[in-house]
Design a binder for this molecule. Sequence first.
Ligand SMILES: [Fe+2]
Ligand SMILES: [Fe+2]
Length: 231
Amino acid sequence: MQQLAAQSEIDFTSQTYKDAYSRINAIVIEGEQQAHENYLKLAELLPEHKDELVGLSKMESRHKKGFEACGRNLQVTPDTEFAQQFFAELHQNFQQAAAEGKVVSCLLIQSLIIECFAIAAYHRYIPVADPFARKITEGVVKDEYTHLNFGEVWLKEHFLEAKAELEQANRQNLPIVWKMLNKVEQDAETLGMEKEALVEDFMIQYSEALSNIGFSNREIVRLSVYGLKAA
Ligand SMILES: [Fe+2]
Ligand SMILES: [Fe+2]
């Protein structure tokens, strides 16, 4: 009820909304573009899963096109430069891990962190989105669950040998997520999404993923709040 009330108050044509949307929309487009590239890189690193990963990569491209259409529909020009800066740290860490052949770190960054972040954000966005964007986002979020699942299944199968690298990659990358959330707090609020709700949804998805991979409850608590207090 609260979300419905909030949505009816949102003016998708106001300058304030469009200004915030130019950054959030750009982030989403950039995120999908990087996801596309990251799955292609993963396809190189995991040749035995090449077809599946190339398939995921194509889905990300379609998502990107969908969100570009959302921006055009609201007559908003995405702020690409802002979005590239927003993802720079995670992007760099992925690239470096890939260059070192660290598949586990790459999967943690893309299939766990970025997918959980996307699922949380899209889930919170759907109830407050304009009708055009809502339909697109509903289709996209279903796909993101299958991408998260790919990472979970692979990491579960390799849990024992991957565990130490997962913990290390979590320490390196999770604090970046909290920083990213802080950077979009204001704009997300303008679009009708509360930061606390985004954090909560991210935590739920991420802890569940860690649990599915094989971490104990105690380990999950330690891993999933890493760096949160400093943010
Ligand atoms: Fe996507
Ligand atoms: Fe995805």
